[in-house]
Design a binder for this molecule. Structure first.
Ligand SMILES: *[C@@H]1O[C@H](CO)[C@@H](O)[C@H](O)[C@H]1NC(C)=O
Ligand SMILES: *[C@@H]1O[C@H](CO)[C@@H](O)[C@H](O)[C@H]1NC(C)=O
Ligand SMILES: *[C@@H]1O[C@H](CO)[C@@H](O)[C@H](O)[C@H]1NC(C)=O
Ligand SMILES: *[C@@H]1O[C@H](CO)[C@@H](O)[C@H](O)[C@H]1NC(C)=O
Ligand SMILES: *[C@@H]1O[C@H](CO)[C@@H](O)[C@H](O)[C@H]1NC(C)=O
Ligand SMILES: *[C@@H]1O[C@H](CO)[C@@H](O)[C@H](O)[C@H]1NC(C)=O
Ligand SMILES: [Zn+2]
Length: 443
């Protein structure tokens, strides 16, 4: 799956050459930087709002969209991208979920350790050794150790830290004299957070979209400043899209089923319902009745969850009834009460995600540039579970001991000829890399 990269040896040669030419000393391995802008919806990219992203996308290997994993939530998708596993295997089924005592858990060690054999790629990279070091900037789930290990370079989530400071720190990891990072995963919490409160079409959200665009420019400027354009593979992506919900599309479950008969964790369009002892069938039947008449949401027992969501085979769903709202609908909860407090029912217009991963509004961006990727290449769409094997291939990592769900099939298309596993590949790789280096500085 993560087949040996003959290209890695070639890249080492190029690295030596580049170092001799007086640019920053970096790892002898290819360098890959994965940047996630939370909730950056596909159609946020527009030439007049986000000129840098539009230009970068055009110059990149980029599919029309990347498919998010279900449920289309932040922790689920960042952990899928980090592990190459669907939610049923890595066990993170939402941001907020039940622990084994049916109490709420949110961003705890336990939530990210459903199965101790699951190893994020930043740990797998370092296990591969040979001078490989990972840097993780605020990526959800990175604050916990896995098999007792942390990445060499890590910055825990801190909303207050300037985005440019985050980029500067990432560059310092790549240039670290003793332990230069060959793999970096970086997370930016917008435009998701503002879109939740103000809606995806608001001016406030647009400001955050523009801010993400300016941050991409800053990243590209830093890479150029260090003369690492031909060394760094830069991937820009998001975890899910965003839908607009108005007050009249709120589903008030309390009005239909007595909330003293179950415990629930509700977030946007997703709900875990844990009925009291001996109440499972009654609660299920009443919820189904409401679902049948209102047609605003669907009700699932664990074994009724569609196979294509790759969610149902998980012990965290035992004795749970799962609800999923239809697009543009959501379940009312205290978070929405908080938002309503600052506005009126008429003006209430918010951002929500978590819907079926086949919904167009949940699609994500993906664009990749650098020596490993084809240039200006219109690719076919693929699933974000495939990011893991893609990174393994580029960085020359071994197959992980635990079988992953992602495959190379959907992402092989993105790779430049030097990274394709062909006989001529490595030779063409050397030639094009040397040639590019010679002409690039004058561009
Ligand atoms: C978060 O970042 C800000 C700005 O860089 C800094 O002042 C603050 O001390 C940081 N907080 C923590 C807990 O590290
Ligand atoms: C339960 O439902 C009632 C309305 O039937 C509501 O007033 C109350 O806040 C709800 N309790 C909880 C814990 O959600
Ligand atoms: C389910 O519906 C029946 C009939 O409307 C009602 O009597 C019962 O209280 C409901 N059960 C719950 C848990 O709300
Ligand atoms: C809801 O609709 C489904 C499909 O039509 C049906 O099988 C089920 O019996 C209905 N449930 C209730 C409680 O009416
Ligand atoms: C469900 O998961 C268990 C382990 O978590 C695995 O042994 C089993 O094969 C899986 N079943 C299916 C149908 O995928
Ligand atoms: C609503 O806002 C007011 C004023 O800001 C505040 O005092 C109150 O606690 C808020 N209520 C809720 C339910 O958030
Ligand atoms: Zn998110």
């Amino acid at each position: 799956m993560c087949g040996p990269a003959g290209a890695a040896a070639v890249k080492s040669l190029v690295a030596v050459f580049v170092a001799a030419a007086g640019v920053a000393a970096v790892t002898r391995h290819p360098v890959t930087v994965v940047v996630s802008f939370d909730g950056f919806r596909l159609d946020y990219i527009k030439a007049n709002w986000t000129p840098n992203m539009a230009r970068f996308q055009k110059a990149s290997a980029a599919p029309p969209y990347m498919r998010s994993t279900f449920p289309t939530k932040t922790f689920v998708n960042h952990f899928t991208m980090a592990t190459g596993l669907y939610s049923e295997k890595h066990g993170v089924l939402d941001n907020y979920m039940f622990d084994k005592h049916y109490d709420k858990m949110h961003y705890t060690y336990e939530q990210f350790h459903y199965d101790d054999s699951v190893v994020p790629i930043w740990i797998h990279n370092e296990i591969n050794g040979n001078g490989r070091y990972s840097g993780v900037m605020m990526w959800p789930g990175s604050e916990f150790p896995y098999q007792d290990k942390y990445p060499t370079h890590i910055q825990k989530y801190n909303k207050s830290m300037l985005w440019t400071d985050r980029v500067d720190i990432i560059m310092s990891w790549i240039k670290d004299e003793n332990k230069p990072a060959n793999l970096v995963y970086a997370y930016f919490e917008e435009p998701d957070s503002t879109a939740h409160l103000k809606g995806p079409d608001s001016q406030e959200t647009r400001n955050q979209i523009v801010r993400a665009d300016a941050t991409l420019k800053y990243i590209l400027d830093q890479i150029k400043h260090e003369k690492l354009e031909n060394k760094i593979n830069l991937i820009i992506l998001s975890d899910h899209g965003m839908d607009t919900v108005t007050y009249d599309r709120m589903i008030h479950l309390d009005e239909y089923v007595s909330n003293t008969t179950y415990k629930s964790i509700i977030s946007g369009p997703n709900a875990f319902i844990h009925p009291n002892p001996n109440k499972f069938d009654e609660v299920y039947k009443n919820l189904s009745k409401v679902a049948n008449t209102s047609r605003t949401f669907n009700v699932f027992k664990q074994n009724q969850l569609p196979d294509r969501w790759h969610m149902k085979n998980n012990t965290r769903l035992i004795d749970i009834i799962y609800l999923l709202a239809k697009p543009e609908y959501a379940f009312w909860d205290t978070y929405f009460e908080f938002i309503l407090n600052g506005t009126t029912k008429e003006k209430f217009k918010i951002g929500v995600h978590g819907y079926d991963n086949e919904e167009p509004q949940m699609r994500t961006i993906f664009m990749a540039s650098g020596p490993a990727f084809k240039k200006s290449y219109s690719a076919m769409q693929f699933d974000n579970v495939d990011l893991y094997p893609l990174i393994c291939r580029i960085e020359g990592l071994t197959e992980p001991s635990r079988r992953i769900d992602g495959t190379m099939q959907g992402v092989e298309q993105l790779l430049s000829v030097g990274n394709a596993p062909t006989f001529m590949g490595p030779i063409l790789g050397i030639l094009s890399a040397l040639l590019l280096h010679t002409i690039a500085p004058s561009l």
